[in-house]
Design a protein around this ligand. Structure first.
Ligand SMILES: Nc1nc2c(ncn2[C@@H]2O[C@@H]3COP(=O)(O)O[C@H]4[C@@H](O)[C@H](n5cnc6c(=O)[nH]c(N)nc65)O[C@@H]4COP(=O)(O)O[C@H]3[C@H]2O)c(=O)[nH]1
Length: 883
């Protein structure tokens, strides 16, 4: 029995019970009232009868009769008691049914007891017994309540039976009717509702007999219609809510990813790391199974994998792509490059494009069920960075939000990549700048700046630990000559080789630096003087080993100066200066050796510095002057020329020899302005002498290598000659052998330029340097000047004699004039004259003279040639000869 039926039955039962119960109650009340009425009638009739019948017996005091009469009336069940209260006689005549068992009580002394006994009995009928208008007594007939109770009981039982019967019948009838009319249709309705589907048509609704149920069905139908509408709307709203929730969460995810990426961009300093992390972020955000960042070379279409991310490598296994699959993808990428647009591609389509191509099918088969998004990140320098995202085809809806997200990522990446590139470029140029700032570009050794920095660290460490440190200043002897003779390239190769050798003999904690052209500095931390001497010795030996540079076998030597910390200085600059001074000492002592710094050297190096400073002010300060040394012909003893020699008298330092300050002027570059000043001064002097009517002389002026290398030398000399008005043939420029041998071809060009102007050229100090005989002819100089070092020992040294003779002989063959300098003795003079030397210069004739002394000398030159020599005809004759 279902709930509805149960509730229906219960309600029916309650209804029936209520209806029948209330009807029964009313009926019961009616029966009781009727019974009560009958009882009262019976009592009243009995009371009335007794009031009549008792009149005589009471009048007559006939108690028996009275009792009989009472008894006869009391035989009725409906009467419980009859009490006759006599007026004249004290006492009552009563008949009490219950208690006395129907016995008659004639008299009761106490009437109050009777009253109390029947006080609650309302069923009482009273009548007066009167005779001849005289009240004889009062009859009280009490009804029997039990009669009413018994009637009620009987009636109730009947009623109950009747009720039950009615109930049963009514119930059954109602049940049947209700079941037919309500329950069964409701059941049908329930079954229909239970089996109802939204797609069911309203026509399929069960037909109801009852109007109400039909109306209910109609209402239900309306309701379902409205419900369906509401449900559809709710579903639509829910779907929309879900969609916007998903969109919001996706957007949130996107923005979180973008934030993550922005942070990454700020942090990451490495392009590969950035691409790997951004590929992962894009793949995770877009829930891709696989993401690959490719680099596609647009020229040859070669591809390179830059980054790979896979959701679950073990399950998907898509990452196990072969190079061939990458190539296949690259082919599809190229059209994208022109548009910079993204493109989606179904794996199935990809396969279809290569139908019949078994290998491609195999390679691309891994994408068969996928949807691929090809998204170009950047094209730079002909290289495309392409992101390929892979999702299962059924899931893959590349939404506009996703593409916008990728666009944002791309923007971020562009900024990051350009920043990184800029950073890398800057870092590279900084590294390069740092390298250039700290390294010697030729040898790669630390330069002086880095040496200074390292040395200050090492010195502060030595100071803290009370240790020692040695600084070795190494200068390659005559390296300039190698450079000049064989060219800079050979010189550079030699330096690189020497650097390697030096480095090979040092410990890890030592530092080898190149501080200048041919100068190296070695710092030896923790080394004492003995150790420094030992290392210096090793380095000297290393340098002197034969060097094979290209086709040349070179042997060079080095001069090493050593300064010790703390004895020779407690800062780098002092140690450096002192090691340099020590090295100069080695140079002065003949090169190829090692010297430790002494305090005497310190004084020299201080003077060196002082000279450089003073020389700068010497020209303006009119401290310079020029003296002239006569040059005499050995043919006739005539004065043929003068060599201009510079003199410097410093107000404080006094006279400074050119032998001291000229090398300093050369090394400091001051020789160029100083030399130019001398040239002008000498030319002007020559013009003055000629103007004064003196014998025309050829004025010889020294030209240093630095002047000779000067680009506009020829023009500068021509300019001075023109300005001062001296004939070019009256000027002779003396070039040292080293100066012309530096760049022979360039030297030849310069010399040709000077010669073309008519200027005479002399090679000075011939025989002391790298005599490049092969070039000597090409130099096309007019004169060879035999160095005084050969002349000096002519009388004692056979070698010198041989050299001088050979030089004279060679010059003759080359059609050059020879002049010997530093001739002091008659013996030297005789030897030179005998062997055909053309001219001499030396103390034997005169020391360098001031202009006025020179004029006096020129007026009366000494006759020193042996008797028999042709007589001199003065400077004019000599000039003529020379010309
Ligand atoms: N012992 C000795 N010495 C003699 C004798 N005859 C000449 N001398 C000295 O020998 C040097 C000759 O000059 P130098 O070889 O060109 O050598 C010159 C030259 O190389 C350089 N010099 C001098 N003045 C100039 C100049 O104006 N320009 C350049 N570039 N160098 C100059 O300084 C060097 C030295 O010049 P000075 O001291 O004037 O020394 C001069 C001269 O005084 C002699 O018989 N005995």
């Amino acid at each position: 029995m279902n709930t509805i039926t149960r509730q229906l039955l219960a309600s029916l039962l309650v209804t029936v019970l209520l209806v029948i119960g209330s009807g029964g109650y009313v009926e019961l009340r009616r029966v009781v009232a009727e019974t009560e009425l009958q009882l009262r009638d019976t009592q009243s009739a009995a009371a009335a009868r007794l009031s009549r019948t008792l009149a005589y017996p009471l009048w007559n005091m006939d108690e028996d009769e009275a009792a009989r009469l009472v008894r006869s009336e009391a035989q009725v069940d409906a009467i419980q008691a009859i009490v006759v209260a006599r007026v004249d006689v004290e006492g009552h005549l009563a008949y009490l049914r219950d208690e006395l068992g129907g016995t008659m009580v004639r008299s009761l002394a106490n009437g109050d007891d009777l009253k109390r006994r029947f006080a609650n009995n309302q069923l009482v009928a009273r009548a007066d017994v009167v005779n001849r208008d005289m009240l004889l007594g009062v009859v009280s007939v009490y009804g029997n309540p039990e009669v009413i109770d018994s009637v009620m009981r009987q009636e109730s039982l009947d009623l109950l039976l009747k009720l039950l019967t009615y109930c049963a019948v009514l119930f059954v009838v109602q049940f049947v009717v209700l079941r037919a009319v309500v329950v069964l249709p409701l059941r049908r309705l329930t079954a229909w509702v239970v089996s109802w589907r939204p797609e069911q048509a309203a026509a399929q609704m069960p037909q109801m007999q009852s109007k109400e149920l039909s109306a209910l069905m109609g209402s239900f139908s309306d309701l379902t219609g409205r419900l369906l509408g509401a449900i559809a709307k709710a579903e639509e709203q829910e779907a929309q809510a879900r969609r916007s929730e998903a969109r919001i969460s996706a957007l949130y995810g996107f923005s979180r990813s973008i934030n993550e990426l922005s942070e990454l961009v700020l942090k990451v300093g490495d392009v590969n790391r950035l691409l790997q992390d951004s590929t992962r972020i894009m793949a995770v955000t877009l829930d891709a199974d696989l993401a690959v960042m490719y680099e596609v070379e647009l020229g040859d279409r070669s591809t390179r994998e830059l980054a790979l991310w896979e959701k679950d490598a073990t399950v998907q296994g898509r990452a196990l792509l072969g190079g061939a699959a990458l190539d296949a993808l690259a082919e599809l990428v190229v059209p994208l490059v022109h548009t910079q647009r993204w493109q989606t591609l179904r794996g199935a389509d990809l396969l279809a494009q290569h139908e019949g191509h078994a290998t491609r099918q195999r390679e691309l088969g891994v994408f068969a069920l996928d949807s691929l998004l090809l998204y170009p990140i950047e094209v730079s320098d002909g290289v495309l960075k392409l992101l390929v995202l892979v999702k299962p085809a059924d899931e893959a809806v590349w939404s506009s939000e996703e593409i916008r997200f990728l666009d944002d990522v791309r923007k971020q990446l562009h900024i990051a990549l350009s920043k990184l590139r800029l950073m890398l470029e800057r870092r590279r140029s900084e590294d390069r700048a740092l390298y250039l700032a700290t390294r010697d570009p030729l040898t790669g050794l630390p330069n002086r700046a880095l040496l200074t920095e390292r040395a200050s660290y090492a010195l502060s460490f030595a100071a803290r630990s009370q240790g020692t440190l040695a600084l070795l200043y190494i200068d390659i002897d005559d390296f300039k000559d190698v450079n000049d003779a064989l060219g800079h390239e050979v010189g550079d190769c030699l330096l690189v080789e020497l650097a390697k050798r030096l480095q090979g003999h040092l410990r890890e904690q030592d530092l080898l630096a190149r501080s200048g052209g041919d100068e190296f500095v070695v710092m030896l931390p923790g080394v004492d003087a003995d150790g420094a001497a030992h290392v210096a010795d090793k380095l000297l030996q290393a340098v002197t080993e034969v060097c094979q540079v290209r086709s040349h076998e070179l042997v060079v030597t080095a001069s090493i100066g050593v300064a010790m910390y703390p004895a020779d200085g407690d800062d780098f600059h002092t140690l450096y200066r002192n090691a340099d001074a020590a090295m100069y000492r080695v140079k002065e002592a003949g090169r190829n050796g090692c010297e430790f710094f002494t305090h005497e050297m310190q004084a020299r190096s201080a003077r060196h510095l002082r000279i450089v400073t003073a020389l700068r002010q010497a020209i303006e300060g009119q401290q310079l002057s020029v003296v002239y040394q006569p040059q005499m012909s050995l043919k006739d003893g005539s004065l043929v020329g003068a060599e201009a020699l510079l003199r410097w008298t410093h107000p404080e330092l006094g006279f400074i020899s050119p032998a001291e300050f000229i090398p300093i002027a050369e090394s400091s570059g001051l020789i160029v302005p100083v030399g130019g000043w001398v040239l002008r001064k000498a030319v002007r002097q020559a013009v003055a002498w000629r103007a004064a009517g003196g014998a025309p002389l050829r004025m010889a002026v020294n030209l240093s290598a630095a002047q000779f290398r000067h680009a506009d030398l020829s023009a500068m000399v021509g300019h001075i000659l023109q300005e001062e008005g001296l004939h070019p043939g009256e000027l002779e420029l003396e070039l040292t052998e080293g100066a012309v041998a530096q760049k022979p071809q360039q030297a030849i060009d310069v010399m040709n330029g000077l010669r073309a102007q008519g200027i005479h050229l002399a090679i000075d100090d011939f025989g002391t340097g790298y005599s490049s005989m092969s070039y000597l002819k090409k130099f096309n100089a007019h004169k060879l000047k035999i160095d005084q070092s050969f002349v000096r020992d002519i009388s004692r040294d056979a070698d010198d004699r041989a050299i001088v003779t050979a030089v004279i002989e060679m010059a003759k063959r080359l059609n050059m004039t020879t002049i010997a300098e530093g001739v002091e003795t008659a013996e030297q003079l005789a030897f030179l004259q005998k062997h055909g030397c053309d001219q001499i210069q030396g103390y034997i004739y005169s020391k360098p003279l001031t202009p006025s002394d020179f004029e006096a000398f020129a007026r009366q030159p000494p006759q020193l040639l042996p008797a028999g020599s042709p007589r001199a005809h003065g400077g004019l004759v000599a000039l003529k000869e020379a010309a």
